[in-house]
Design a protein around this ligand. Structure first.
Ligand code: NDP
Length: 484
């Protein structure tokens, strides 16, 4: 009998309607584990449990909440080597990236452990005499967290930590591709002193579990990270119930390389921004907007750097790029490469399926040249180790290409000109801007999010997260007659 990792509902572990196998994308013969799939009644029970849990947790003292969050964060950081290995085994990012992600997830919890006791309201005099006004923040109630597979622990952490910090109950529906990381984090949370129902895990597919969850009337808020198409559906479902919603979706981030750039810095940023995590990042610099005068030199250096990347099993020493996370994602990457060729791009390097000792979804990092910003490969999110170079004649054109997209998460510029960097920082129509840094890689104590079709609703992370995970109450108080 195979052990099945169960769901967590109302403070109890519960096997589901079915199970799935979690397969290692670096080695398809390696089954990471078997994970329960929630049934319709599990979803209903989790929602009811979360309603009850929210009542208790929302009234729990700040210190108790802070202590629980701090313990979760410290355990994640302390076990980052072990849990990072598990993450890399099921998702495919190199071990160092997996360990770094788990450590970062821990930092989200310890950061919000401190934020709990920093939450303050406002006090005002009324415009009417003898009346005081008190503005305070209260929990929203039940929060559904829906997270993607590419950052299975960190993305969930930056939602779960503030949700719990500000007194809400959480129902977490992680991506079905990465249940092991979700289960490991849940197991840590289950050992804290939280009331039953304050935290619930529902593993299962988006259609079978995510959809009924976001449609549940008792869910008060939905925080979602994933693709644009699914995000639109989540927003529509939330709107029909007038549920508060926050969406973080895809992007088509540009990294501009100007003629005055340090090309070594530019190449380092292009590799880190475009190919770490096998390019499966919403912040990936998939469009490289390069000034004509440095185009050839930049491409030559980048091709050499990509050729030096070691593609292989995520847990093998020295590997700098792991496999693509799934067969479907690999097939999609290959379709985009074919499309790019049909559209007139040249493949300067990479884009081949690779064989390794173990059977896995390996491909070489690809660089496209001769691309234009109107090509589909530059308009749609590929979500793979594929970046396309767009040659431009001057800074104005570079900025215009950067902004000519339906997305707006991050943008970067490599330049030694302070004036240009400043102008770019002010005029890039994105939520995050990087100067002489990769477009991927952000801190945990400041807001994260995008513009246009990359984000919808209040910002995530830092103290800005309070906007989404709390609701404001304005109280008017007339002190009675002191002589009565
Ligand atoms: P998906 O949109 O396919 O899925 C995201 C989550 O939504 C998964 O848990 C998925 O479940 C769930 N889901 C799918 N359908 C529904 C539905 N009908 N109702 C409710 N939930 C549903 O994205 P991926 O998991 O493929 O992740 C990659 C995407 O995430 C990329 O587009 C990327 O840009 C984006 N992303 C954005 C970030 C940002 O902050 N802007 C950060 C990281 C990633 P399941 O797949 O298990 O069925």
């Amino acid at each position: 009998m195979t052990d099945v990792f169960p769901n967590y509902i109302g403070g109890s572990w519960r096997t589901g309607a079915a199970t799935i196998e979690d397969i290692n994308p670096s080695d398809l013969s390696d089954v990471v584990g078997h994970y329960a799939q929630a049934s319709g009644s599990d979803v209903a029970d989790a929602v009811a449990a979360a309603e009850a849990g929210a009542e208790v947790w929302g009234r729990t003292g700040l210190e108790q909440r802070a202590t629980a969050l701090d313990a979760i964060g410290r355990e994640l950081m302390g076990r980052s080597a072990e849990l990072g290995e598990l993450l890399s085994r099921e998702e495919g990012k190199p071990r160092a990236e997996g360990v770094g992600e788990v450590y970062r997830a821990g930092q989200f919890f310890t950061y919000y452990a401190a934020e709990v006791i920093r939450l303050q309201g406002d006090k005002a005099e009324s415009v009417r005499p003898e009346i005081e006004v008190d503005v305070s923040r209260e929990p929203i109630g039940v929060v559904a967290v829906i997270s993607p597979w590419n950052f299975p622990t960190a993305t969930a952490a930056w939602k779960i930590a503030p949700a719990l910090a500000f007194g809400n109950a959480v129902i977490w529906k992680p991506a079905n591709l990465t249940p092991a990381s979700a289960w490991a984090l849940t197991e840590i949370i289950s050992r804290q002193n939280l009331p039953a129902g304050a935290f619930n895990l529902l593993m299962g597919s988006g259609s079978a579990v995510g959809q009924p969850l976001i449609e549940a009337r008792s869910v008060n808020a939905v925080s979602f990270t994933g693709s644009l198409d699914v995000g639109r559906g989540v927003a529509a479902a939330a709107a029909s119930n007038l549920t508060k919603v926050q969406l973080e979706m895809g992007s088509k981030n540009a990294l501009v390389v100007m003629e005055d750039a340090d090309l070594d810095v530019a190449v380092t940023c292009a590799v880190a921004g475009g190919y770490s995590g096998t390019g499966q990042k919403c912040t990936a610099s998939s469009r490289l907007v390069v000034h004509r005068t440095v185009h050839d030199a930049f491409v030559e250096k980048l091709v050499a750097a990509l050729g030096a990347m070691k593609v292989g099993h995520a847990l093998e020493d020295g590997v700098t790029m792991g496999p693509v996370a799934s067969e479907a994602q690999l097939a999609s990457n290959m379709r985009y490469l074919d499309l790019a060729k049909q559209e007139g791009c040249e493949i300067a390097c990479g884009g081949e399926r690779l064989e390794r000792v173990t059977e896995g979804y390996f491909m070489s990092p690809a660089l496209l040249t001769g691309s234009s910003n109107t090509m589909r490969v530059n308009r749609e999110e590929v979500f793979g180790p594929i970046a396309a170079v767009i040659e431009v004649g001057d800074y104005e054109e570079a900025l215009s290409v950067t902004n000519d997209t339906e997305f707006g998460l991050t943008a970067g510029i490599i330049t030694s000109s302070l004036a240009r960097a400043t102008h770019f920082r002010r005029n890039a129509r994105t939520g995050c801007v990087m100067v002489n840094l990769p477009t991927a890689g952000t801190d945990y104590h400041v807001p994260f999010g995008g513009r246009k079709n990359s984000s919808y609703g209040p910002r995530e992370q830092g103290r800005y997260a309070a906007e989404f995970y709390t609701q404001v109450k304005t109280a008017y108080i007339r002190a009675g007659n002191p002589e009565i």
